[in-house]
Each structure stands twice: as C-alpha cells, then as structure tokens.
Design a binder for this molecule. Structure first.
Ligand SMILES: Cc1cc2nc3c(=O)[nH]c(=O)nc-3n(C[C@H](O)[C@H](O)[C@H](O)COP(=O)(O)OP(=O)(O)OC[C@H]3O[C@@H](n4cnc5c(N)ncnc54)[C@H](O)[C@@H]3O)c2cc1C
Length: 453
C-alpha cells in the first residue's frame, strides 16, 4: 500500500499518535499535514489515508492561523463544519508580530479564559506618558499575553473540534470556480460556491474561503475584495528586564508614549515580568524612532534579544469584507482599533461572528455574509468617533500632550475635578485652542474604555 509521498509512516502503516502537549512544530506538521486528526483524551489520533483515497471536500478553508483565523476555524469546527486551516508558518504564532497587550474585555467577550497558558500577567490599564514625561493613567484592566501561545491555544481548540491543520503551506492562489463539478477530484458538493485553493502542498477545494492572512492579505484581493488602504509600521525590541533601568519595571501598568517623535503613532514599554518589550508604531522611519526612544528611556538597544516587526492596517475597515462565498477577517479586513492600533481584539471578534455567518450561509441564508459585513460596520471599532479621536490624537502637538498629561498628572482624568481643569486652562490659556481636539479624544476614549483595547 502506498501513502502520500514524503510522509512519515509508522510501523503499523495505518495509524500513529502524537503527544498533545507542546507547540505545533514542523515535526508534528509532517503528521498533521497528511491526515485527519481525531482528538482523543490524551492524544490526537492520526489516520493515514492511502494514495488512491480522495480527501473529502472541505466546507471551509481558512487561510492564516493568527488570532482571526484560529478563532474562525475553532468556531466553525465547533459547529460541525469540515474545516481546513492553512498557514505558511512552520510553528503556529511564530515569529510573533505583536506588542502582546490585550484588554480583559477582548478575551472575555470572545469566550477566552483569562487563566490560560497565554496569560503572562494582568495589568490595571495604561500609563500615558507625554513628551516631557508628564503622565496620567487610563484604567482598563487587561493582560500582557504570549501571542504565540494564544495563537496556539486557539488552533488547539480548532483541531480539538475536528479541524485539519496544515502548516508550512503557502496559499498561492484562490479561484472561485462556481461549478465545482469541473474541479478535478471534487465530488458531492452542491452549488454553494466552490473554491479551488492552490497551495505549495497541493490543491484543495471548499465551499467557502476565509481570508485571515493578515495585513498584507493577498487572498481577499485574489477574490476581488479590496485590500488595506493605509498601513502603519510597527517595530519592537525585547530585552531581558534585569538589564533595563529599574524605573521601567511596572507591575500594574503598561506604558504608552505620545508626541511628535512618533508621527501618527506612539511608543510603548511593557514590563512582561521577565522581559521588557519596547516598541514604536506610526509613519516614517521606525528603526530610527525606536533607537531614539530606547535612548530616551535608558535602554541599550544593542542588548535586544528579539526583534518583532510588521504592518498595521490603519485605514479603517475595508470597503468590502465579504463576497461570493468568501469573507475577510482580522487585519485582512482592515480591522484594528483606531485609537490603539491594536488588532487582536477585533481579530477574535470578526473571526467569531464570521464563523457564525458562514454557518448560516451554508445553511441556506444567502445574505448571511453581507450581514457579517454590516455587523462589523456598526461595531464600536468602526464608530466614526474612533477615527476622529485617532486623528485628533495625531494632531495634538507636544506642548498640548504635556499640558493635558500635566493636568491629570499621576491620576486618571476621572479624578481631576472641574475646578482643577479650569485652573489649568486659566494658567495656560493658549491650550484652549486644543480643547476641541481633547473633547473628541475624550469621547472616543469613552468608547475605547467600554469595549476594550
Ligand atoms: C509590532 C506590532 C505590535 C502590535 N501590538 C499589538 C498589541 O499589543 N495589541 C494588539 O491588539 N495588536 C497589536 N498588533 C496588531 C496585531 O498583531 C494584529 O492586529 C493581529 O495579529 C491580527 O491578527 P490576524 O489573525 O488578522 O493576522 P496575523 O496575526 O497577521 O495572522 C495572519 C496569518 O496568515 C498567515 N498567512 C499570510 N499569508 C498566507 C498565505 N498566502 N498562505 C498561508 N498563510 C498565510 C501568516 O503566516 C499568519 O500566521 C501589533 C502589530 C505589530 C506589527
């Protein structure tokens, strides 16, 4: 009996098992790629099919195993869909391209436990630092997470519910072939769309495709959906915290630094117990901005032990995130929080509601994917005030940041009395010019605090 080429075959020839623990490595991938995975109590049972066997058509192929794709695959598989989750990485979640901060609401509202392997530590909220090092606090409980562990946790849930995972597999092209009868090797699929997904490891077919392939998403564009209209750059170094100034150790708050040094963005310093992550995002030369920022906070950039870099969609949700039997989710759909530029929360959210919409669509509701788009469009992440708030933040000059951070120095804005605010303006009346921008930011911050970063 022959088996798929280049696969590992154990002595029994038909079945083998792998340990459930540990991250998905390329070694496990060899097993996972060629097989159907049946979760059991202690191990994933892997069944090898002979060469002549035609793999069943998948209901949904999800391209990208980040938080958006992992969540989509999980929620689809949980409802009984036959899901294939594909990622070009050899290890889920690695390398990380993230500052790894998330609000508690982001996890809880999407049904993720706050006591899992991916939690590094809880934080009270954010400390906002102005150019002259004035600072105030924004209370919004959240977590420093381990993003690779979070992505892996989501994929484990998906696989546990029966999804198939293919790693080290680059999706080269997707084609909506409509009449699936014309597609080689595909049987028993009714005309509910029909995708031919060409990968570096063969061609697969499905009824629906989910583009969860991140900020540069090509999958959506191949299917005729628009890509991201505007991006920021993100760059982060990680340091051993014991080699950093003690002043940067902060058990309760993660720090954000604003001002003209970070055009249309900001810098951050997160104490993650054993490591310190220091990063910048925005427009312009991020490598230079990060070098200067490291100097400002007294960290020796040459001692970094990890570099994480990537693009962040900042142009707002794409004009269209659903098409004929396809949706985009997460960064691929242009979904980030305009105030924080964070995308983990909305990646989880879009994956979750995207999966629900796909199940309805496959159940015969033709408008379900459009409804997904409309739900996202009316979500808080897409509230016009959030974009306005972000623009107002970008236009606030250094002096104004110093003034407002000085007004609430060491407290939250909720702790500043009207009298104190009036006194600050009387002492520095020219800042009245920035009052309108400050009000816009404050209104946007209210939405931000309610729905989490
Ligand atoms: C430096 C930096 C710091 C950040 N910090 C934060 C933060 O602190 N908090 C926060 O909420 N957000 C943060 N973000 C944003 C956050 O990382 C993203 O919004 C989030 O990763 C989006 O998840 P996603 O699943 O949509 O995409 P991704 O996480 O990018 O996942 C996409 C996946 O698709 C795969 N893929 C792509 N193309 C293909 C293909 N053709 N074939 C197969 N696989 C493919 C990729 O390998 C990848 O695994 C940060 C971003 C950057 C760059």
């Amino acid at each position: 009996m022959r088996y798929y080429p280049h696969r590992e075959v154990n002595e029994e020839g038909i079945k083998t098992t792998i340990a459930e623990t540990g991250e998905y490595s390329s070694r496990k991938r060899l097993h996972i790629c060629c097989s159907h995975i049946v979760p059991s109590r202690t191990a994933y049972q892997i069944i090898f099919y002979p060469m002549a066997y035609q793999p069943p058509v998948h209901d949904v192929i999800v391209v990208g195993a980040g938080p958006a794709g992992g969540m989509t695959a999980w929620k689809l598989a949980e409802r009984g869909a036959r899901v294939l989750l594909v990622d070009q990485k050899s290890v889920v979640g690695k390398p990380v391209k993230c500052g790894e901060g998330m609000s508690g609401f982001a996890l809880e509202s999407n049904g993720l436990p706050t006591s899992a392997s991916y939690i590094v530590k809880p934080v009270e909220g954010t400390k906002i630092v102005s150019p002259n090092n004035n600072y105030y606090f924004m209370k919004e409980p959240g977590y420093c997470v381990d993003r690779a562990a979070l992505d892996q946790w989501l994929v484990e849930q998906a696989v546990g519910c029966g999804a198939e995972l293919k790693l080290s597999t680059h999706v080269k092209n997707v084609k909506n072939v409509k009449n699936v009868k014309n597609v080689k090797n595909v049987k028993n699929v009714k005309n509910v769309g029909g995708w031919r997904v060409e990968t570096s490891d063969g061609i697969f077919s499905s009824k629906v495709v989910v583009a969860a392939d991140g900020a540069w998403s090509r999958i959506g564009r191949m299917a005729g959906l628009p890509g991201n209209s505007r991006m920021s750059k993100g760059l982060q170094y990680k340091f051993d915290i014991s080699q950093c100034p003690g002043e940067l150790k902060d058990r309760e708050w993660i720090r954000f630094y604003f001002g003209s040094a970070f055009p249309e963005g900001y810098a951050w310093a997160f104490d993650r117990d054993r490591e310190l992550s220091v990063g910048v995002c925005g427009q312009g030369n991020m490598a230079r901005a990060l070098k200067i920022f490291c100097k400002r906070i007294g960290v020796d950039a040459s001692k970094r032990r990890e570099i994480n870099a990537g693009m962040i969609p900042v142009g707002g949700m794409n004009a269209s995130v659903s098409g004929d039997a396809i949706i985009t989710v997460g960064d691929a759909a242009g979904l980030t929080n305009p105030i924080s530029d964070g995308g983990n929360h909305v990646a989880l959210y879009s994956g979750r509601i995207g999966a629900e919409a796909i199940m309805e669509y496959m159940g015969g509701s033709a408008g379900a994917l459009k409804d997904y788009e409309n739900t996202l469009r009316s979500s808080p992440f897409n509230h016009p005030l959030m974009q306005e708030g972000a623009r107002a933040m970008h236009r606030l000059g250094d002096e104004a940041w110093d003034f407002f951070a000085g007004m609430a120095y060491g407290k939250t804005f909720a702790d500043v009395s009207k009298r104190e605010k009036a006194g600050a303006f009387i002492r520095h009346p020219k800042n009245l010019l920035h009052l309108r921008k400050a009000m816009t930011i404050s209104r946007a911050a209210r939405i931000y605090r309610r729905y989490g970063w």
